[in-house]
Structures are given as structure tokens and as C-alpha cells.
Design a protein around this ligand. Sequence first.
Ligand code: PA5
Ligand code: NI
Length: 182
Amino acid sequence: TIINEPKRVFRDDHLGGEGVDKSIRKLKDLRGIFKDERAFENMDPETLVYEVISYLPVKEGTQGGVYFGVTSIFPGSVGGEYFMTKGHFHAMIDRTEFYWGIKGEGVLILMDEQRRVWAEKMFPGSFHYIPGRVAHRVANTGKELLSFAASWPSDAGHNYEEIARNGFAKRLIDINGVASLI
Ligand code: PA5
Ligand code: NI
């Protein structure tokens, strides 16, 4: 019996083949998420901020399925606010998710529906359980690429609107070289 080659997950060329989706987010796609609008306008809108390579083996919305993705966030900041993901609640708001750190240093910022914010450090091997009804965003606080993996139910969906409208109640800012949640 043939033993098949598995899919591979690694830094720059994570997954290949059917069901694999790659999306990139440049600064111009992230208008409005950073506080310092002047600093934002002075940066190249084509700057790559993060990319997500997802393995979606079943149709979006399928019950009982599970998805896997690797997000890589480049180092950088806008007016001292670290490069970060848009952040979202799940469209099916009670759906949960796992994140785990692969490379680099960052912070997972979490916010519940009462807008209470807390955070966890991310580093290679760090492990994070994101409960339902909790919005999640990741910032790269380091000087190198931050990569982390995620796994979430295929019926979770993404609700970006709430965060696009009201943001998170706290921001992660570099203050004299220290990542501070303020
Ligand atoms: O499913 C997730 O929570 C992640 O794969 C994110 O989608 C990914 O990290 C990118 O963040 P966002 O979707 O907030 O742009
Ligand atoms: Ni999610």
C-alpha cells in the first residue's frame, strides 16, 4: 500500500492544491483600523501587512467541518501602532477557534461583547483558545515576521462590520519600545 505525501505547512509556502485560498492585506485594505490617520496617509498604500493561507476542505457554512489557516504578519507600525489583522467576531457569534504561534512575537487581542479587552502573548509554541462571542485580532510586536496557525469551524464565518465600525476598546502601541495595551 502506498503511503501518501501529506500536505505541508511551513513559513513561506504553507499549503498547496485544491481548497487552498490565499489572501493578502495591504495598508490600503486596512484604512480606518489604525488610530494615526496622518501617519497612515504618509505610508505607501501598497505596503504588505499580512497574508492568510487557508485550507478550506468543505464549502463555507458547512456544519461539522473544520478549517485551517496560517496568517503571516509583517513587522511594522503606523504611528507606533503595530501592524495587525482587521479583527472580527464570527458571523455565527458563538463559534470558537484555536490559534497557535509558529514564528515571531506578537499579541492576541481579545474583546467580548461588553467591549472588555484582554490579551495574550504569542510566540513559537504559544497556544490560544478563543471562546465564542469574543472578537480577535493579532498584532506583530516583533522585528521579524509573525506567523501563527488557526483552526475554526467551517460554519463560523467572519463578521468584520462591528470591528470596522467601532474598533477594539484598546490599542496595542509601542511606547518607548514596550508593547502597551491602552
Ligand atoms: O480565522 C481567523 O480568525 C484567522 O484565520 C483570521 O481570519 C486571520 O488571522 C486574518 O485576520 P482577519 O480575518 O481578522 O483579517
Ligand atoms: Ni476567527
